[in-house]
Ligand binder design. Structure first.
Ligand code: NI
Length: 227
């Protein structure tokens, strides 16, 4: 399931990110791809240790930590620090699967990648191509979102970024380990939570029917969570 989370960054924040990133030290992104992926990856990235990447990455993590739809959809336990990338002049990333286990020794961080995320920082009319194509159970789906919006998709999927033939596509990408490893179970919990939120509108704070659903939600979460 692809989940679009709108307005992770507002227009002012996108502008700030773009200003900072336009002056940053971009380097070839191919060396950080896995041994098979390197042959199909052509883009620019910021080094993980780049102070701009560190500062903006922390801003994204703060925003996500306070975003109710993101929290409900991902049930993220651990998030890999955001990586900033830029595609231009035909840059692309051919079909690949993301690494299942990701280790960052200097941060003492190991995650099992359950969810991958792309936060778009360029407006879709600023570039041609650059679709994120995700192969799902029922066929490929494309994502090319407004600046500030993010798509969450299963890390287990095959996916690609199509060549950018005009302009620049700037994004932040990240990976997360969810408390719920199983995508189907996580998807059901998300649907249920969204319904609870919708049903709660206009009802008393102690509405017994809503309380019963919340009770079931938490007990399913308790049953399935691995933390
Ligand atoms: Ni990928």
């Amino acid at each position: 399931m692809l989940i679009v989370i709108e307005n992770v960054l507002d227009a002012g924040e996108v502008r700030l990110f773009r200003e900072r990133l336009s002056a940053a030290a971009w380097v070839d992104g191919a060396p950080t791809a896995g041994s098979r992926s390197v042959a199909v990856k052509q883009n620019l990235q910021l080094d993980r240790s780049d102070p701009v990447a560190v500062e903006l990455g922390q801003m994204i993590l703060r925003k996500l930590g306070a975003h109710p739809v993101f929290i409900s959809a991902s049930l993220a336990e651990k998030i890999w620090p955001p990586v900033f990338n830029r595609y231009e002049n035909g840059g692309h990333y051919g079909t690949h699967v993301d690494s299942a286990l990701m280790r960052l020794p200097e941060a003492g961080l190991t995650i099992r990648s359950d969810l991958s995320a792309t936060l778009f920082l360029s407006e879709p009319d600023e570039y041609d191509g650059g679709e994120l194509l995700i192969e799902e159970q029922y066929g490929a789906q494309a994502a090319k979102l407004n600046a500030g919006d993010m798509v969450l998709y299963p890390s287990s999927s095959l996916h690609q970024v199509t060549p950018v033939t005009r302009g620049q596509r700037v994004c932040a990408i990240m990976w997360m380990q969810s408390a719920i490893a199983d995508a189907a179970a996580r998807g059901m919990l998300f649907e249920m939570d969204q319904s609870i939120q919708a049903l709660s509108v206009g009802r008393a704070k102690d509405d017994p029917d809503v309380d019963r659903l919340i009770h079931v939600y938490h007990n399913l979460l308790r049953r399935w969570a691995q933390v």
